[in-house]
Write a protein that binds this ligand. Structure first.
Ligand code: THU
Length: 149
């Protein structure tokens, strides 16, 4: 129950962050919101580039901000919301957005640093579909800092 309540807050924060996505090429806006162990929330959006392959995901932006705040080890959950950008700038979509493979790996780094699993709340832009996953289920048998110890 507590997890679902935290998820609602994270999804709301991620949705607000998605409004700032810079996604003129894919026209697909994503927002991510990290919940830290003291209740703080750090957000990120996708950041695309005219050199398409350089584009950064919302989760990567949020993790980088958490790291800059010295909080990479403190992430307990993440909310992710995304959808197509309409011409009016609204974000639309009926499917939950799950983190891409690279972002699963980046989240795993934070999880292993903190010695915990991370709860991943994925939501559709219209808010009707919400999934909740353990990061370890989205990226089982992951390679991470524990393997280098
Ligand atoms: N994207 C994210 O921001 N996070 C994901 O987990 C999946 C994909 C972004 C990257 C790109 O700017 C756009 O969505 C379309 O792939």
């Amino acid at each position: 129950m507590l997890e679902a309540a935290a998820g609602a807050v994270l999804i709301e924060a991620a949705h607000a962050a998605a409004a700032h996505a810079y996604a003129p090429y894919s026209r697909f806006a994503v927002g991510a919101a990290l919940l830290l162990d003291d209740g703080a929330i750090i957000t990120g959006t996708n950041l695309e580039n005219a050199s398409y392959g350089l584009s950064l995901c919302a989760e990567a932006g949020a993790l980088s901000a958490a790291n800059a705040a010295g909080r990479l080890a403190d992430v307990v959950a993440v909310g992710i919301v995304g959808g197509a950008l309409s011409t009016g700038g609204a974000i639309t979509g009926e499917a939950a957005v799950r983190p891409c493979g690279r972002c699963r790996q980046m989240l795993t780094e934070a999880a292993q640093l903190g010695g915990r699993d991370i709860v991943v709340h994925c939501a559709s832009a219209d808010g009707r579909v919400i999934e909740r996953h353990a990061l370890s289920a989205l990226l089982p048998h992951a390679f991470g800092p524990d393997d280098l110890a």
